[in-house]
Write a protein that binds this ligand. Structure first.
Ligand SMILES: [Ca+2]
Ligand SMILES: [Ca+2]
Length: 200
């Protein structure tokens, strides 16, 4: 009799209240996933980290573009100086040699000079008759065949056309044969604050 009473007691302990089993928050029947509050917390945390990381990422991208432009400018300047050493003249059309004041080149004219420096001798007015590769264009080349800076704009150049050993640029004289310029992220030559220039 005592044994039967104990078994009943055990069965009683195993009984589960139906209301707790079918309650929506029951651990047995709870739908796996997040509650609305948990989702809002996760979205808020992700938004917070995006908000603080985006400016840092933008700064890093701008810094990388400036570094690439500085590297390209240095390469173009070195190539122009190597051209001078080889041919005893600057890489500009013959009609500009001896011109005073010194001559600046932008757009299609600067494209012609870069093409000559990479060993393309199709430009008879500048000429690289030995087809010497003074410049490795690298990522200067865009899919459409143009040579541009990190912002997709063409570099500008100014040469010491009058051979006095100096170039005046933005009102200041510099002792150099060539100055190469990227007008920076805004592409604006009147705003020098973000220009990248070879003499700096
Ligand atoms: Ca000069
Ligand atoms: Ca600028």
């Amino acid at each position: 009799m005592s044994k039967i009473r104990n078994q009943k007691s055990e069965v009683s302990n195993l009984w589960i209240c139906p209301s707790s089993v079918f309650h929506p928050r029951s651990s047995i029947f709870r739908v796996p996933g997040f509650t609305l509050l948990e989702l809002l917390v996760v979205v808020s945390i992700i938004s917070f980290f995006l908000a603080i990381s985006f400016p840092l990422l933008s700064k890093a991208i701008i810094k990388a573009k400036v570094a690439q432009a500085q590297k390209d400018i240095s390469s173009i300047k070195s190539a122009a100086e190597a051209y001078y050493t080889e041919y005893s003249k600057i890489p500009v059309p013959g009609t500009d040699l001896g011109a005073s004041p010194d001559v600046g080149y932008t757009g299609a004219d600067s494209q012609r000079i870069i093409k000559v420096l990479i060993g393309d001798d199709t430009d008879a007015f500048i000429s690289n008759r030995e087809k010497i590769k003074f410049l490795e264009p690298g990522q200067l080349i865009q899919p459409d065949g143009t040579f541009t800076d990190s912002w997709g704009r063409q570099y500008s150049m100014k040469f010491d056309a009058d051979y006095d050993g100096a170039i005046t640029y933005n009102g200041t004289g510099h002792y150099t044969r060539v100055i190469v310029t990227s007008y920076g992220s805004n592409g604006d030559d009147s705003d020098e604050s973000n220009d990248i220039v070879s003499y700096e």
